[in-house]
Design a protein around this ligand. Sequence first.
Ligand code: HEC
Ligand code: HEC
Ligand code: HEC
Length: 127
Amino acid sequence: MRSMIGRSATLTLACLLIVSFTPTRSLAQAKPKVPPPFTFEQKTTSEEGNPSPGKVTFDHNKHIEKGQKCLNCHGKDKPFKTKIGTSPDLTMKAYNEGKACGTCHNGKVAFSTKEMGNCLKCHKVPS
Ligand code: HEC
Ligand code: HEC
Ligand code: HEC
């Protein structure tokens, strides 16, 4: 009798373990939600007093299509916070020193922020 209880208890435990360690379908497929494109607030002017030449929209999907991973931009020692408008160094001066967007937009990983021919790839001038 005693061993019967012991055995069924072991069986129950084994079942529980199997259930709790089998990822559910939704969990196994869970992918982080990619935020929709957003447009930066034009908060700053350059040291010379120049305003932004046009609004900049950041598109997560276009970056992911180019092979960028969440952890290239978010996480410890990475440039961006996961709340819009909270990251430091959102200025051209910082990018040109290799910070924030400039960690990649340096002419090596992606087109440079320093070349005049590239300004309008990010800054959209209303037509
Ligand atoms: C190339 C860089 C880059 C990559 C790759 C990237 N992000 Fe972001 N993400 C940003 C930037 C820039 C912001 C805005 C930061 C700011 O304004 O301070 C942002 C903001 C966010 C936010 C906040 C959105 C909001 O409404 O406040 C979330 C959530 C987020 N990212 C999730 C992700 C996830 C999930 C991935 C991967 C699938 C990812 N990001 C990949 C650059 C990136
Ligand atoms: C990789 C994208 C990118 C490129 C390329 C780029 N910018 Fe920017 N720029 C930004 C972002 C993001 C901001 C901050 C948000 C805003 O003010 O619109 C900004 C802001 C600015 C500002 C406002 C003041 C400041 O420094 O923050 C000026 C002026 C500016 N850019 C000029 C330029 C010029 C001139 C070029 C070309 C030589 C250029 N940008 C290329 C993304 C870019
Ligand atoms: C982790 C690397 C990385 C960071 C950080 C990054 N980018 Fe990019 N970005 C890329 C790559 C790679 C491409 C593809 C173009 C290329 O290869 O030159 C790209 C393309 C773009 C494009 C052209 C595609 C489009 O969306 O129209 C824009 C605009 C752009 N980035 C803006 C930004 C801005 C603004 C920031 C900062 C908020 C930023 N990027 C930060 C890697 C990065």
